[in-house]
Unconditional design. Structure first.
Length: 476
């Protein structure tokens, strides 16, 4: 028989610290007994009992010390955690005894964050991931915001609120866009700040990122244009400097007096004759006595058509036909039997596009621009024109993602065909099907593909036999 007591029964501890509990054991039997002490339960992994064995005579009492040292990590979760001390007699194992206690672990906050990458590059947009790790021992919420004072930079945060479990990480994607394009010159450096503010314990975490904006036209192309411009200017200067001397030399050369050349007869068109029919041959006239004899041997002038008075004008250069616009209520994917959709109706630059059950909402409404060169641009009609012009494109940093982005100069840019290659598509008809086609991107050479209902769109090698690549642009 044995009697056991804990003092105190409930003990508080800070993660990274320690707490002790006294264990008192009395031998109430009539023989000498040896007792083995062991802590069990979740807190038992941080517990040490000293000594682990007590040898007691009948009626005597022994004391051991139980020490808890939980780590300062997410493993030591905050709150009350029950444990037990198991007392096992060596001789009388059937009378094993267990006494329970409670270890209360205090809360602590430890949020860490990182920008991936910290420095991003691009000429009109950069993609950044924010990784937030919760090393605390309690779940928390955090708000993500930008505190940048740079007016030449726009930051679009896709996930402004995060819910973080202990020992877990969450990611928030955002896009960085310059206020204006940089056509020529060296790279421009833009600094921005991202702040993560926890809702409970802990201090805000501030990170600084860098966006290096490159020029749209590279420096080697700038030098090449300057070289060509200089060479063209030199050629023009040389040409106009030499050409007049040839003209003056031809005018100054005398004609030999004895030279006899063919006589040139200039025939004027008959004013009364219509332009479409030649003039009749006039009868020969008598030669005056004062005229030279050579004129009598001259052949009769042939009839001159009206068009012989001036050369025909060259044809005017043809202009490309203007693009056609056609609004569609939805773009249907054959394999999923669902429509191309803006996820959660988010009309943001860089917003990924998915496949969603057809509901004919504005998020599934598009305008298809078709150009004379056979290319197509697909514009989202989710928001009015005052909110900007967004078109379907392949992500310039990840050739398998499909999202929406601004075009150049809005609707006027679409009318003038000022779109980037990764925003241009060509439609190839599916053999044996009059409605569906395969959309091929001009930049990547791959085709638009669905992964299934309520999944993101992606790009895949073109295959007209793959039904996940079949799209009906003007479905009803």
């Amino acid at each position: 028989m044995v009697w056991v007591d804990l003092n105190p029964v409930t003990v508080d501890v800070e993660p990274g610290g320690e707490a002790t509990v006294a264990i008192t054991v009395r031998n109430t039997g009539d023989i000498v007994e040896e007792y083995h002490l062991q802590a069990t339960g979740d807190p038992g992994q941080w517990a040490v009992v000293e000594p682990q064995t007590l040898r007691l005579y009948p009626g005597t009492t022994g004391t051991a010390q139980l020490t808890f040292t939980p780590p300062r990590s997410s493993e030591a979760q905050a709150g009350p955690q029950p444990y037990a001390v198991k007392v096992t007699p060596r001789e009388d194992r059937e009378n094993t005894f267990a006494i329970e206690g409670i270890l209360r672990v205090a809360e602590f906050a430890d949020l860490r964050a990182e920008l991936v990458p910290a420095t991003t590059r691009g000429w009109h947009r950069g993609r950044v991931k924010l990784a937030v790790d919760n090393y605390s021992n309690v779940a928390t919420s955090a708000a993500v915001a930008t505190t940048s004072n740079n007016t030449n930079l726009r930051i679009d945060i896709r996930t402004p609120a995060l819910r973080l479990q202990p020992g877990r990480a969450q990611f928030s994607k955002f896009a960085v866009r310059p206020g204006r394009l940089l056509w020529f010159g060296v790279k421009a450096r833009h600094q921005y700040n991202i702040t993560i503010t926890p809702s409970g314990l802990g201090q805000p975490v501030s990170l600084q990122g860098t966006y290096l904006q490159s020029a749209l036209l590279p420096r080697w192309l700038q030098r090449l244009v300057m070289i060509f411009a200089g060479a063209a200017a030199a050629i023009l200067a040389l040409w106009f400097g030499i050409h007049p001397s040839f003209a003056s030399s031809a005018q100054a050369s005398p004609q030999p007096a004895a030279a006899t050349g063919p006589q040139v007869i200039v025939i004027q068109p008959t004013p009364s004759a219509p332009p479409s029919s030649p003039s009749p041959t006039p009868p020969p006239k008598s030669t005056p006595s004062s005229a030279p004899p050579a004129s009598t041997s001259s052949p009769a002038a042939p009839p001159a058509p009206a068009s012989s008075s001036k050369p025909a004008a060259p044809p005017a250069p043809s202009k490309p036909a203007p693009p056609t616009q056609q609004k569609t209520t939805n773009i249907l994917n054959y394999a999923a039997n669902a429509s191309v959709d803006l996820n959660e109706d988010k009309f943001n630059d860089g917003q990924q596009v998915d496949i969603w059950p057809t509901n004919h909402s504005l998020a599934q409404t598009w305008t298809v621009w078709t150009y004379s060169d056979g290319t197509t641009v697909i514009q989202s009609d989710d928001k009015p024109a005052t909110a900007g012009t967004k078109v379907l494109q392949v992500d310039s940093t990840n050739a398998t993602d499909v999202d929406i982005s601004d075009d150049f100069n809005g609707v006027a840019g679409l009318q003038a065909h000022l779109t980037a290659p990764f925003q241009l598509w060509t439609v190839t008809a599916v053999p044996g099907n009059t409605n569906y086609g395969v959309l091929k991107n001009k930049q990547t050479g791959t085709c638009l593909a669905g992964k299934g209902n309520q999944q993101w769109l992606s790009m895949a090698p073109c295959n007209t036999a793959d039904q996940s690549q079949w799209f009906w642009l003007f479905a009803v």
